[in-house]
Design a protein around this ligand. Structure first.
Ligand SMILES: Nc1ncnc2c1ncn2[C@@H]1O[C@H](COP(=O)(O)OP(=O)(O)OP(=O)(O)O)[C@@H](O)[C@H]1O
Ligand SMILES: [Mg+2]
Length: 238
């Protein structure tokens, strides 16, 4: 892990102003969401299944735009980005997808290395880093395993390592503990907390797992009927 990387500005990592999202068939799933994630913050996002957690995260990692409202990342308005600017901004974001999205014909190592390989780096220059990261998520013994030979929890950890290989400034994790037992879930969250503390990575974690949330003193945002509320049941200042 590297040094803390202060941004030139102290703009929030994420800022949503009046963001609404309507899907053609489903209707409005997010309405008038205002949200600020400060740089270096660690935040949970919760809410029942179908509440719109993944949809909200997708807007933040710029998978598509909102129906209404503005999204700023690191102080940059995102609706008018050119392709190159969009790619540059996306490189600052690591995403752990709810459904992993690993490539089955690749090994654990190759999946994690892929973002570096496509950016033109030579294997010699990233080999150690990839292996270190796989060790960090507890997969030191599974580096060369083909993806289909990995358990759900192991695949989830490969997906986490892949999200971190580019040293993102913002990590967005969608149910990153959805496929592991409670003990492994805690371990993963502790890794995220360590990353947040030592490197200063801004972290947003969507999860159903209220037991897990209780173990960490971090602000909790809750989606309910398309609206975002601060959860008072849990501690932590937003
Ligand atoms: N691409 C899409 N097109 C149309 N409707 C969608 C699309 N994606 C999600 N939805 C709908 O939007 C609503 C919110 O879905 P979303 O996946 O964001 O919920 P979630 O909170 O992540 O749920 P879960 O906890 O089950 O992962 C649901 O009713 C879902 O069916
Ligand atoms: Mg979801």
């Amino acid at each position: 892990m590297s040094r803390i990387r202060p941004d030139l500005s102290d703009e929030p990592a994420v800022r949503l102003d009046g963001v609404s999202l309507t899907y053609e068939r489903t209707g409005e799933v997010l309405s008038e969401i205002d949200l600020i994630l400060k740089q270096g913050s660690f935040t949970f996002l919760t809410g029942p299944s179908g509440a719109g957690k993944s949809s909200l995260l997708k807007l933040m990692y710029l998978a598509h735009g909102p129906t209404r409202g503005g999204i700023r990342l690191f102080g940059r308005q995102t609706y008018d980005l050119k392709r190159k600017q969009l790619a540059a901004l996306r490189r600052r974001i690591g995403v752990v997808f709810q459904e992993f999205r690993l490539l089955n014909h690749l090994t654990a190592f190759e999946n994690v290395a892929l973002p570096l390989r496509v950016s033109g780096m030579k294997a010699d220059n990233y080999q150690n880093e990839v292996i270190d990261l796989l060790r960090w998520v507890g997969l030191g013994e599974r580096v060369d395993a083909p993806t289909p030979a990995l358990s759900g929890g192991e695949q989830q950890r490969v997906a986490i390592a892949r999200a971190l290989i580019n040293k993102p400034d913002l990590l967005i994790a969608d149910e990153p503990t959805g496929n592991v037992d409670p003990e492994m879930g805690q371990k993963i969250l502790r890794l995220f907390a360590e990353l947040n503390k030592r490197v200063g990575t801004t972290i947003l974690i969507a999860t159903h797992d209220l037991d897990l949330i209780r173990e960490f003193d971090a602000p909790v945002l809750r989606l309910s009927n398309g609206l975002l509320v601060r959860d008072v049941e849990f501690g932590g200042e937003a």
